[in-house]
Design a protein around this ligand. Structure first.
Ligand code: GLY
Length: 297
């Protein structure tokens, strides 16, 4: 059941970085699982917003990724997570920063968007909001996996995938973007990255398309990476051109940058660019019988 009004598009990524060889298959398979979850919603006539939330929840549940369970640990050996979501139809935003004890930060971000008058809630305030909204608060240790504990004990940084993200275009022509992350390994407690920041970590506007970025948040924020790609779309670039142009600005202005992004234009085109070795992705486009996935573009 597909209208010809708008092509359907679902695209996800599993984080820019150097994915350890033993996780290559898990990263690609995990992206396929996530894109399939979102795609099923789009195919049933569901919204882009529901699709990106569903896809990111799958990635948050998957220990292969640095989001939700399996998030990297901060300098105190704890998980603190950021997430953001944006509705391209209304430009409404919901985000959470430096939160603990929530299995699906993306759903809490969406709740901030839909049940509060604010756009970003952080730390204890966000956790109190979560509890008041009926979210189950779990002991933070349940989010810590053996792999991340070993990484912390050995202080092995710089080999990890980063933020996960998803973009969708639904049958009504609405776009949405979503991001979720454990941030960077061994960060200071309270550090917030780009992922909950519209214009840096994500953006969505039905007039042009949607963007989700990934990588070192301190690099991404400096150039407003998501917004750079949106600007290129506004100027008439295709999704791939927009991704390439935004990344080129980042590399010019922040030469040691470590980042990537996915882009969706409102005609249904997609773009993928990264300056890390890997960026696992999967996408599913109208007319295709199955998703396309890869470890790197
Ligand atoms: N892009 C994720 C972070 O820097 O927190």
């Amino acid at each position: 059941m597909q209208s010809t009004d708008s092509p359907l598009v679902m695209i996800v990524h599993g984080g820019a970085g150097n994915v350890w060889p033993q996780y290559h298959t898990a990263a690609v398979d995990g992206c396929e699982n996530a894109v399939s979850a979102g795609w099923q919603i789009l195919q049933r006539g569901g919204t882009a917003l529901d699709a990106v939330e569903a896809a990111v929840r799958v990635l948050e549940d998957d220990e292969a990724f640095n989001a939700g369970i399996g998030s990297v640990l901060n300098a105190q050996g704890e998980v603190e997570m950021d997430a953001g979501i944006m509705d391209g139809a209304t430009l409404h935003i919901g985000a959470v920063a430096a939160i603990r004890g929530v299995a699906h930060p993306i759903s809490l971000a969406r709740r901030v968007m839909e049940a509060s008058v604010h756009h970003i809630l952080a730390a204890e305030g966000a956790e109190r909001f979560a509890a008041a909204q009926g979210f189950t608060i779990i002991p933070n240790r349940q989010l810590i996996t053996d792999r991340r504990r070993r990484q912390y004990e050995k202080r092995v940084a710089g080999q990890e995938g980063d933020t996960v993200g998803a973009l969708a275009l639904d049958i009504a022509g609405n776009v949405a973007a979503a991001n979720s992350t454990g941030g960077v390994f061994y960060k200071l407690a309270g550090r917030v990255g780009d992922s909950p920041l519209a214009g840096a970590g994500f953006y969505a506007d039905n007039r042009w398309g949607a963007v989700a970025t990934t990588g070192q948040g301190e690099h991404i924020m400096r150039v407003g990476l998501a917004w750079r790609a949106m600007q290129a779309l506004e100027e008439g670039a295709t999704a791939q051109e927009a991704a390439d142009r935004a990344l080129a600005v980042l590399q010019e202005r922040v030469p040691d940058a470590r980042a990537g992004l996915i882009v969706l234009d409102r005609a249904g085109g997609i773009g993928i660019a990264h300056c890390t070795r890997d960026l696992p992705t999967a996408y599913w486009l109208s007319g295709a019988g199955r998703p396309v996935s890869a470890l790197r573009a």
